[in-house]
Unconditional design. Sequence first.
Lengths: 547, 294
Amino acid sequence: MSEAMMAADGTPLKRSLARALRRQKLRALGLIAPLLVFVVITFIVPIGSMLFRSVENDIVSNTLPMTVQSLARWDASSGALPDEAVYEAMYFDMFLAAEAKRHTRLGTRLNYEQTGLSSLFRQSGRALDDIGKETQRPLEKLNKAWKDGETWHMLFNATSSADTNAALLSAQRARIARLTDTPANQEVNFAPSTAATALLPKTGRAYTAWAVYVATQDGRDPATRDPWEAVATALALDLKTVDVSGYSGPGAELLVEAQSADLPVPALSAAFADMDEDWATDVPWKTIQTHSGIYTSGYFLNAVDAQKTPDGVAWQPDDKQILQKLFGRTIWMSLMITFSCIALGYPIAWLLANLPMRKANLLLILVLLPFWTSLLVRTSAWKVMLQQQGVINDVLVWIGLVDDANRLIMINNQFGTIVAMTHILLPFMILPMYSVMQTIPPSYLRAAKSLGATNWTAFWRVYFPQSVPGIGAGSILVFILAIGYYITPEIVGGTKGVFISNRIAYHISSSLNWGLAAALGSILLAAVLVLYWAYDKIVGIDNVKLG
Amino acid sequence: MGLPPYATLGQRIWYYSFRIICGLIFFFLVAPIVVVMPLSFNAQDFFTFTPEMLRLDPAGYSLKHYEDFFTNPQWQLAMKNSLIIAPLATIISVSLGTLAAIGLSQSHVPFKGPIMAILISPMIVPLIISATGMFFFYAQLGNWMEGTLGLDKGFVGYVKVVLAHAVLGIPFVIITVTATLVGFDRSLTRAAANMGAGPVTTFFRVQMPLILPGVISGGLFAFITSFDEVVVVLFVGSASQKTLPWQMFIGLREQISPTILAVATILVVISIALLATVELLRRRSERLRGMSPG
C-alpha cells in the first residue's frame, strides 16, 4: 500500500485536493477583495489618518526650520536668553512664514501650549517688515541699483551650469513646499551661483528662498522683482563678517561700495524685544524648543487635562481642566442611560417573551417603530415634548400639577439628554433581551413554584439568572452606542448635558484644534474597541442581529 | 400567561400593575413619535397644541407647514440631495457587500476573523470618530480630485458624501446577506453546475433569487443609514450637499421651525413603509428556506 492514491488526471490525490482548496480560497478572497479594498480606503485609512494626526507635530519644524535647529543648542534651564544666532534664524524664518501667511497657524498651534503666543506671533509677523526697512533704505540711498530686482538677480544668478549651487536651490524648494503645503517644483528663473552664495551665505539663502517663493507661489519672475526687506538685512549681516574686496563675480563693485558704506545692522535680539517684550523672556523660546519635535504627545496630554512643559508633564491650570470632567460625565451619563434602558426594557422583553406569538409580534412593532424612525425625528419630538412651552409642561400645567409660572426645565440639561437617549436606545436593549428570554422555558418557573418557591423567589433565583446574558448583551450595546453619541446631546443637552463627542465636534468645526480633536477621538475609539472586544467575548460578533 | 383563577389578591394587583407599567413604557416608546404627527398640522407656528386644536376645530389645523416644505427651496434642495446620495450609496454598498458576503460564506476563507472585523468596523466605530477621520482624509481626497483630476467642485462634494455613506451602509448589507446565506443549500449551486450552468448563470438564476430578500433588506438598512445620517455629512459635505437630516439638524439647533415637524411626519410614514417591507421580506425569506413563517 505504499502507492499514493491518484486522482482521475493522474496527479496524486493529496496534491489535487490541496490545489482545489487553494483555488477555493482564492475565489473567496477574490469575491471579498473589492469590498475589502473599498472599506480600507474609504474608512480604515481615514481612521488611521486621524490617529496619526493626534501625534503629528511637524508644523513647528516646517515653519521655523532654522530656529528649531539653532534652538536645539540652547540650554533652557540656564536662565539666559538664546544667543543672537537664534534671533537671527527666527527673523528669517518668521519673515518667510509671514509672507506665506503661515505664522498665525503656528501661533495658534503654540497657543494650545502657552496662552499668548497666538497674538505674539500675529503682531510680530506684522512688525517684521520694519526691521528690514532700516537696512533696506540706507542701501537703496547708497546706490539706486539696489532698488532694481535685476541687480540682485545678476548678483546671485549662476553664470554657467558649473557654477550652479543646486543643493541650495533644492533645499529651499523643499523648505517652501513644507511651509506652504503645496509643491514647489515649478520652473524658477534663477539658479544660485556657487561663488556668490559661498561669499555671502546668509544673503544667498535668503535670496534663493525669496526667488523660489515668488516663482512657485505667486507665479512671478524673480529676475524682474525687488526682493523682500529680509534679503537686504541678510546682506548687511553678511557684509559685517566677510571681506568682499577679493570678489570678482558680477556686481562685485556694488558689494565693495556697500561694505565701505558700513550699513547699519539691526541687533535682532533688541529688535525682537522692541516688537514685543515677550521675545526678551524665555517663555516663547522654551515653548518652541519643547514642542519642536515632529511627533508630540502634547495633544494626548491636553486631552486628559495635562500639558507638556519644559520641565516635564504637568497638569493644566485649574480653570482649564474640563476634559477629565467631561470624560467622567460621558461615562456617568452613559451608565445612567444604560440603567434606565435596563429598567424600562426588562419588563417589556419579559412581556414579549411570555405573550403568545401573535400578540407579541404586534407589540414588537411598537418597539421596532421607534427603532426604524429617523433619529432626527425622535430628537425633534423630544425637543417638542420637553421644552418649557412644550407638550409635557402644557399637560402638567393643564392638570394643575405645575404652576404656569414655574414650568419645569427639562431640556438643555442632563435630564433632557438622559430621557431622550434612553428613548432612542431602548430598542437596542429590548431586542437582545427578548431573544435571550425567548429561549428560557416557562416550565422552569412553574417547576420552581410547584416546589414551593414564592413568585419572587422563583423569578429571582430561577428566571433572572438565565436572563443575565441578555442584559449583558443589551447593556454593552447601549453603552457603546451612548458614549459616542453626538446628535441628540447636541440638540437637547445644552451645555451641561453634552458628551465628549460634542467636544470633538467643537474642536473640529469651531476652535480648529484638530490635533486635540483627533486625540480625544483616539481615546474614545480605544474605549469603544475595548468594550466591543468584551461584547464579542460575551455575545459573539456573529450574533449581531438586525430588526 | 393569563391569570389563574386561584390567584391571590396580591397576585392580582401585581398582574394588573405590571400590565399598566408595561403600557406606560410602550406609551413612552411611541408617544413622542405620535405627538409629532398632529402637531405638524398646527395652523400656528407653535410646538404645542393650541386650544383650537384641542377642540378639534378645523380652523386650528392646516397644511401650511407641508406647503412650506414643498415650496421652500432650502428644503427642496435638501430633499433632492437626500434622494441623490442615499440611492447611489445604497447601490455601492449592496453590490460590493453582496459579492463579499458570498465570498465570506464559502467554506474555506483565510483570515475570516480579521476581514470580518474590518468590514463590520464602520458600524462599531462611533459616528463622531468616523466623521472626524473622514473629515481629515476626505478633505485631502477632495483637493486631490479637484486639483489633479480637475473635477468639478460640486461633483467632488457628492462623490465624497456618497463614498462616506456607502461605507457606513456596508456592515448592514454584510450582516443581512451572510445571515441569509447561512440557510442557503450549497447542493443547489452544485446541481446547477452539474446541469451545465456557468458560475454567473448559477449566481443570477439560482443563488440570487433565494438570497434576494436578504439583499433587499440589507439594501434598505443601507438606504436608511444614508438617508438618516447627519454627522458624517456635516463633516464631509458642504452646504450644497446638505441632506434632509442636515437641514433638520440646523433647524433644530437654531430656531426650530414647525416645518421640521411636517418633515418628521413624512419620514415616519416612510419608515413605517420600510419597516413593513423588511418584515414581509423576512417572512418570505424564512418561508423560502422552509423555516417557520414566524
